[in-house]
Write a protein that binds this ligand. Sequence first.
Ligand SMILES: Cc1cc2nc3c(=O)[nH]c(=O)nc-3n(C[C@H](O)[C@H](O)[C@H](O)COP(=O)(O)O)c2cc1C
Length: 350
Amino acid sequence: MIDLFALARPVLMRLPAETAHRLTLAAAEAGLTPRQRMTPDPRLGVDFLGHHLASPIGLAAGFDKNARVFDRLYDAGFSFVEVGGVTPRPQIGNPRPRLFRLPEDRAIINRMGFNNDGAEIIAERVRLRRRAGRLLGINLASNSDSRDPADDFVQLVARFASLADYLTIDISCPNTANGQMFLRTGPLQDLLGRINAWFAAHDQPRPALFAKTGPDVTQEETSDIVDCITQAGLDGMIVSNTTRDRPASLKGQAAGERGGLSGAPLFDSSTRMLAQIYAQAGDRLTLIGVGGIASGADAYAKLRAGATVLQIYTALVYQGPGLIGRIHKELAALLRRDGYATLAAARPPR
Ligand SMILES: Cc1cc2nc3c(=O)[nH]c(=O)nc-3n(C[C@H](O)[C@H](O)[C@H](O)COP(=O)(O)O)c2cc1C
């Protein structure tokens, strides 16, 4: 198979990051996504939300914000895809430039600010393109100028409840005024109470509900958030979003840009947070591990910290879709080395 990414990479890397992203999406829409026939080692199989996935690797939110190409991304090797963040009304996001590569650090800084086509258009795209048996998540967020951000989430849950396997309540976006207000337990309890009340009052299928948290809070705050989420009966958490933190080790010229940092420098903090949440919540929450995964060893570390499945984004920008197959191979080799017949066996005891 011709490696289109390898051919296009030198050009893409010279373009402004957001232009390169737009071209990548346009190529996918035109059907140029590589069809990577994956037959991962059977050890990588995992049960997740009633599906048996051939591998734990999914695509993180923010790549296909508008649900334009998600149906093609399974063919590239992803076991599941999360589209969005979607807000109730369309939103243009922050002024450009708002997406920056830090190649020396294998990282990205973004302050996109939830640019998206809005719930109506995106729900219609999802309805038309969704296929049975293809696990789909939809990432939800409030409009930046919303007077009642909790109500935005309730509207979104109502709109998307029947369209996805899971919905993500993003409570950790570092790039909008109200993006992190639900990291405080008072507002979070109120929000989750209102979502539960909506389901209690409506005869609608309840998809799995995840909350996505970020590393810009203390361990104590994380512990309170986890209590709130388990008490509200959510199914799981996604750990983690990008960080406002800037490790001293960063070398990239764009390190001083405002926004959320993702990629390799996020790996340690997001994995520590994952381990903390797993230690606290155990079986009560299903955890999706995300943040800086760029190899089979990284994937293995997240699974060993308590994740059931994983998501990637930034490493794809640098390594292209061939990364998925490489992670499969490396992860299977690590399981074999350590004598684990399944992924589930490799997760730490609770
Ligand atoms: C350009 C960009 C846009 C993103 N948009 C969203 C978003 O809309 N909602 C969300 O929950 N996370 C968003 N994320 C965060 C990713 O889903 C992921 O949590 C984060 O990038 C860490 O994973 P990574 O290091 O593999 O990139 C975005 C990330 C990037 C780089």
